[in-house]
Structures are given as C-alpha cells and as structure tokens.
Design a binder for this molecule. Structure first.
Ligand code: SAH
Length: 249
C-alpha cells in the first residue's frame, strides 16, 4: 500500500511538472514557419481547431491557428489550457500600427493588452474594463517580455522593436480617426483582433503570456492594401522571433 501511494505521488508530481508552451497564430501565414520546423508532431483536432503537439527547438510545444477574432482566440486558448498542460503562452502575428513611431514590419511586444470594444461605460466603468474588475488592461509576463525583446532585437535589430499596449477588437481597423481614439483612450501602440482575449484567458488561468506583433499596415485608409502586401513578411518576422525565444527558454 505504501509503495502504491509513493508511486502515485511520484506520478502526480511528474504529471504536474509537465510543461508545454502554447504558440498561437490567428492565420496559417502566422504559424507556417513554426509548423515547418516542428519535430515529433502529433496532430489533433478539437472544435474545428487543429492542434500540433510536438517539439520546436527541443522544447515541448503545442502550436495552433486560433482563427480570427476574440471568440476563436479565447475558445482555442481555453482548449489548449485544458488539454495540453500549457504553462506559458506566446501569441505571434501581424497587427495595424497605431503609434506614429512605428513603420510597417516593426514589432510591438505587449506589456499590456486591452479589449478596445469592451464597453459598459454607461454603468460608470472605464472603457475596456470587464465588469467585476477595475483594471482596463491585462498584463503580459515580464520574463516573457524580456525574452521576446532580446530575441526580436537579435532577429530584426534594436531600432525596430517596441514594447507597448496592444488593443484588440472584432474589427479590422482602417481609418485614422479610430487610430487616434485608440491612442488617446488606451495609449495603444498596435491594434489587432485576438491578443487581449488570449491574455484574458491566460490571466484567468494565471499562466504567463506575451503577444508579439509585426506591423502589416498602419490601420489607416490604405490598411487593407498594405496588409495584403506585407502580411507574409510581417507574419514571418514574428514567427522567427518566437523561434529565437524558444532557444532562450
Ligand atoms: N485577410 C483575412 C482577414 C484578415 S483580418 C481574411 O479575409 O481571411 C486581420 C488579421 O490581422 C487579424 O487576425 C488581426 O489580428 C490582424 N490585423 C492586422 N492589421 C489589423 C488592423 N488594421 N486592424 C485589426 N486587425 C489587424
């Protein structure tokens, strides 16, 4: 009996020690490089999302395409949390630039993330705040931010890398007025459609998260044209940063 208890204790501690990094992109282009480098891949489909479990740079990872928008991102992240013993989350992809310092293909690493379309202000809350919480923003993990910054500087050089707030909503932003209001209301540096919902789930599970976004456009009147021209190079920039991060984790 004693032996059995010991065995069970050992087994449980090994199980809880399992560590896997979830690496998420919203679109195929954002995870293409990662999938091409993966080893020992086991593919599983759950709720129409394909999860690729395996090794990248010798680290245990689960890589998946969440699909576009907050619901897709939140649902797939939750499945990853429940099914794959995830203890760190990295989101990789493209975004529209908000801050004037940014050029297309530059990179923003999240320190904070906000759901810019979350609005219960009529009840006296702040824009972005989820009822029940006073915070308007979700925070990214300091260690992951440092590793991301370090890796991004290695891949693209120091002058292309910024750390700032990333705003998320279920809209492709393509006008200057919205860009300005995202900057004044939230101090946002970049806008996209998934990051804050992934951070929301990660914060609820108390798992460290960071979002890395390379700029595909400037979220202005020409955003959709710039997006089409730059989505591939921007998506690749971000994925290469993740590959470098894995060598340092
Ligand atoms: N071409 C796609 C739609 C892309 S939506 C299709 O029709 O299938 C834009 C994607 O890139 C989202 O995943 C979002 O996170 C990011 N993104 C890039 N620029 C953006 C912008 N200006 N506003 C919002 N999201 C943006």
């Amino acid at each position: 009996m004693k032996k059995l208890t010991l065995l069970l204790t050992l087994l449980t501690s090994t199980l809880t020690l399992a560590e896997r990094i979830a690496i998420i992109g919203a679109m195929d282009s954002e995870i293409k490089i990662l999938l091409s480098q993966m080893k020992d891949v086991k593919k599983e489909e759950k709720a129409s999302v394909t999860f690729y479990k395996g090794k990248l740079e010798n680290k245990d990872v689960v890589v998946f395409k969440s699909g576009i928008g907050k619901v897709n991102a939140a649902m797939s992240t939750t499945i990853a949390m429940e099914e794959y013993d995830v203890n760190k989350i990295i989101f990789t992809g493209v975004a529209g630039a908000i801050n004037n310092n940014l050029n297309i293909t530059d990179v923003v690493i999240s320190d904070y993330l906000v759901q810019h379309d979350y609005d219960t202000t009529v009840f006296g809350t702040k824009k972005g705040a989820v009822p029940g919480s006073v915070d308007t923003k979700f925070s990214a993990d300091e260690t992951l931010i440092k590793i991301a910054k370090n890796s991004a500087e290695k891949v693209l050089g120091k002058n292309k890398i910024y750390i700032g707030t990333i705003a998320t909503g279920d809209q492709f932003i393509a006008d200057k007025a919205t860009v300005q209001s995202l900057e004044t209301t939230f101090g946002a540096w970049a806008v996209e459609m998934e990051g804050a919902s992934v951070a929301h789930v990660a914060n609820l599970y108390k798992v460290p998260v960071v979002v890395i976004r390379s700029m595909s456009d400037k979220a202005d009147g020409s955003a959709h044209m710039n997006y089409n021209d730059f989505v591939t190079i921007a998506a690749d920039n971000s994925a290469k940063i993740v590959m470098t991060m894995l060598t340092q984790m």
